[in-house]
Design a protein around this ligand. Structure first.
Ligand SMILES: [Zn+2]
Length: 271
């Protein structure tokens, strides 16, 4: 028996297959199973799932590099897929269908203009890229990223004229406030301190770096259970932030009226 088992093990190794002791399936089968699950789940929203080898848009290939997921990534891929589905299924189909997003890409080693990133919006390819390798940054961060990066696409798609500047939104800030040079500054700052509520109107320092980051941070906090209480806490003490949060809800509500603050509260309580 022992010899037969050893021969089987050698054959599996030579064939490049590793069998998971707990599940009895190979890493390739496990990888395909996760991709199939994501493909079916995303197709319910009319979205494509990009995993394994895929091309990416000209924009994505110009500004970013990434490594394709393969069978050896199956355990981490499976973990991330569960997390992603838990977050994404909060969304009504109508919101996704109107958002302009067409595809979701799952990768590793995502590097955007020389900076490693947990996610990237590809406005040219109407896709959002997610790096599955940010377990060490904490689940709340990974969950927040799912919503934050998606919102960049929706924000630009639904209001292309005012994405880079929005005088109406600026009026919601304390008079005289000026945004920083963009979210990239945080990635270029060693030991960047994303200070919580650094001033009236802002959830965190990252929000102060750019108008689109400010909007995306508020949006993501509405949908991330681990961040929502914090948003409500500050909105109760900061009328500037409360007004901006109402503006984000109104922006969403124009294309998906069922998403309201009370709907979000109910959804977060069910979590
Ligand atoms: Zn962002």
């Amino acid at each position: 028996m022992k010899i037969r088992f050893a021969v089987l093990a050698i054959c599996l190794l030579l064939s490049g297959r590793v069998v998971f002791a707990d599940t009895g399936i190979s890493d390739r089968e496990r990888f395909d199973r996760v991709t199939n699950r994501l493909t079916v789940f995303l197709s319910g929203y009319g979205l494509h799932c990009l995993a394994g080898e895929f091309m990416g848009s000209d924009y994505a290939r110009f500004y970013a590099t990434w490594r394709s997921l393969g069978p050896l990534d199956a355990p981490e891929y499976e973990r991330y897929a569960e997390l992603f589905i838990e977050e994404w299924r909060k969304y009504p189909k109508r919101w996704i269908q109107r958002s302009g997003v067409k595809a979701i890409a799952f990768v590793k080693g995502l590097c955007v203009t020389g900076q490693y990133r947990a996610a990237m919006p590809d406005n040219s390819g109407d896709a959002v890229y997610y790096d599955i390798g940010y377990r060490d940054s904490g689940e709340d961060y990974e969950r927040e990223c799912v919503h934050h990066e998606f919102f960049h696409i929706a924000d630009r798609h639904l209001a292309p004229d005012r994405f880079d500047d929005d005088p109406g939104w600026r009026l919601l800030n304390v008079p005289g406030f000026k945004y920083g040079a963009g979210g990239w500054v945080a990635y270029d700052t060693p030991d960047y301190d994303n200070k919580e509520h650094p001033g009236a109107g802002f959830l965190n320092h990252y929000s102060t770096l750019g108008l689109c980051e400010d909007r995306a941070e508020i949006y993501a906090s509405l949908f991330t259970a681990g961040y929502f209480d914090n948003l409500e806490y500050w909105c109760g003490r900061d009328p500037y932030l409360a007004r901006k949060t109402r503006e984000i809800l109104s922006f969403i509500g124009r294309v998906c009226p069922e998403i309201t603050l009370s709907w979000i509260r109910r959804m977060q309580e069910e979590e």
